[in-house]
Design a protein around this ligand. Sequence first.
Ligand SMILES: [Zn+2]
Length: 62
Amino acid sequence: MPSARCLWCTDPPLSEEAVLKWRGDDRERLTVPLCRKHLERLRKAGEKGRETKGWYYKLGWW
Ligand SMILES: [Zn+2]
């Protein structure tokens, strides 16, 4: 069942996105719901990603 809210806030998600989450050598490939604001932040962060609570996130699984 699709989540009714964004991964990082209470807004309704715009879409489900394939996201790479990493910290050092740890890597997780996730599909997460994101609202428009947070999707745009990840897009702007690009390849270097965006850090949240000690983990980095970027769009795409590679
Ligand atoms: Zn959000």
